[in-house]
Design a protein around this ligand. Structure first.
Ligand code: ACM
Ligand code: ZN
Length: 506
């Protein structure tokens, strides 16, 4: 009924405009993520050409929340009032969507609008795995541009893993000399036993990482680096084998296939802690983010069970379970980061063996780890694989629908959009949910075009769940808003978005 009335009103305005001989064609504007409020009224703003960027008058008003903005086009000019430069930047992203619709309608007038808007969650994140496949500095910048368009304000940069160490660390040059290169890569699906026989590698210099941090900061996006420990450590151990339980003489290698590997950092070797701390010194120097991500996921404990050094440490500390070694490493690193004024964030396995109250938990194995953590009083970022693993297929019949080879799963846009960040939580526990994030793992995503195919338009669902959960509409309306507000911009920028949701394929 509401849509019907809006359409009727637009039609009426069009008739009046034509009757008055005005140049304007009124546009019924929509926005993704849906703003807190949007009212039509006033004469709008005349443009020099359809879709051209008008002059914007910006006022910073500290009474508003820092990311809040008011966009007013009612009185012939574009006026933005914002709580900070970040709020003004988000207002500009909204304006881009309005201009795209004005241009598409062939109009040279922005309709009169008063938009008041602010995000629900302070943390709206997207992750990119640059280890399984490497993406150039320009591609990473392009990814950051996509985040900005969707008002996503955190870029979680996955920089170390079994298949490649991608961050230059000056004190440990072998991490990139050795750890950034693998001999070859698996072809086809896991278990195929076929390899391409082609060496593969790449890393970011410290200058390049600083360049990315600065590029993101200009877009009010924080970059959170991830340095994996104690698992996903094959590339680090291939570089410095003495840090593994199997010792200096073991031929660790940078992995050429996917999965979870037994090779982990030796928790009982004090040099491991020194290494991790020195690496984090350089990482903290490059990345000013409050949070530093230390991984923590998928760390098998079989080697710790057999390792004399790990067993000696357990005895010394009075531990009875290897899980306590995981907890020991994570809390040691957390205290080190805290002394540097930083906060530790890790995947939900950091809960194993006990975690300090101040650690932030990234819930990926569904929402249950996050729910448990919030109930224990820990802060949480929700990034459940059930709703926000963007490496999953986008339809129920990937082969039939021509989806490129993927890791598996079935995560259509509709499912992303249905996520309830507060499921099973009471009022005090809800306060611990600091944000939502989508993850882009790249085992089966070798090119940046393919990344775009996986993240667009599903990032739009992440954006709306994180920015405007109370303003979510019926799914069909959401898709309609993507088509009208975002697709013209995706097209103009040449983004290789996935078509399934727009063809009603699920
Ligand atoms: C993860 O997907 N292993 C965090
Ligand atoms: Zn050990």
């Amino acid at each position: 009924m509401k849509r019907f009335c809006q359409t009727l009103l637009s039609a009426l305005l069009l008739v009046i405009a034509v009757a008055c001989g005005k140049e304007t064609v009124p546009v019924d504007v929509v926005i993704v993520p849906n703003p807190v409020s949007m009212q039509a009224g006033g004469r709008g703003v005349r443009l020099s050409a359809p879709g051209s960027m008008p002059k914007i008058r910006t006022v910073i008003d500290a009474k508003l929340a820092s990311e809040e903005y008011i966009l007013d086009t009612r009185k012939g000019k574009v006026k933005v009032t914002a709580g900070s430069d970040a709020g003004a930047f988000w207002a500009r992203q909204t304006l881009l969507q309005i201009l795209a619709q004005v241009e598409k309608a062939g109009s040279n007038r922005i309709p009169g609008l008063l938009i008041q808007d602010k995000p629900t969650f302070v943390y709206r994140g997207a992750h990119l795995d640059c280890c399984r496949h490497f993406f150039s500095v320009d591609e990473v910048k392009s990814f950051i541009d996509m985040l900005a368009l969707h008002k996503i304000n955190v870029f979680h940069w996955h920089l170390t893993d079994d298949q490649g160490w991608r961050a230059e660390i000056k004190r440990y040059p072998r991490l990139t000399e050795v750890g950034s290169q693998r001999a070859e890569t698996l072809v086809g699906h896991y278990g195929s036993d076929q390899y391409d026989g082609t060496p593969y590698g790449g890393f970011y210099t410290q200058d390049q990482m600083r360049e990315i941090v600065a590029y993101a900061a200009e877009r009010f996006i924080t970059v959170i680096p991830e340095i994996e420990m104690p698992g996903h450590a094959s590339a680090a151990l291939a570089s410095y084998p003495e840090l593994g339980c199997r010792g200096a003489n073991y031929p660790y290698k940078v992995q050429t296939t996917w999965g979870v590997f037994p090779e982990v950092f030796c928790a009982g070797n004090p040099e491991t802690v020194t290494f991790l701390e020195k690496v984090l010194d350089e990482i903290c120097d490059i990345f000013p983010s409050e949070y530093i991500h230390i991984g923590g996921d998928e760390a098998p404990r079989d080697e710790w069970e057999k390792c004399p050094k790990c067993q000696a440490l357990m005895k010394e500390k009075g531990y009875t379970r290897e899980a306590e070694l995981q907890s020991y490493l994570i809390t040691t690193v957390e205290q080190y980061l805290a002394a540097k004024g930083r906060k530790l964030i890790g995947w939900d396995e950091i809960l194993d063996g006990g975690v300090s109250q101040s650690a932030t938990v990234m819930s990926w194995r569904g929402a249950k780890g996050g729910i448990a953590a919030a109930k224990m009083g820990n802060d949480v970022i929700m990034t459940p694989n059930s709703h926000f693993y963007l490496d999953y297929y986008q339809t129920g019949d990937p082969e039939g629908n021509g989806e490129p080879l993927g890791i598996g799963g079935n995560l259509p846009l509709r499912k992303c959009y249905s996520f309830d960040p507060y499921d099973q939580l009471d009022e005090s526990e809800k306060a611990h949910i600091k944000g939502i994030q989508a993850n882009m793992w790249t085992e089966y995503v070798p090119t940046f075009d393919h990344v775009q195919h996986m993240v667009l338009p599903r990032l739009a669902a992440l954006a709306e769940v994180a920015w405007s959960p109370d303003k979510r509409t019926e799914y069909d309306d959401f898709v309609d808003r993507i088509v009208r507000a975002l697709l013209p911009i995706y097209d103009a920028r040449g983004y290789a978005y996935a078509p399934y949701a727009f063809k009603d394929i699920e």
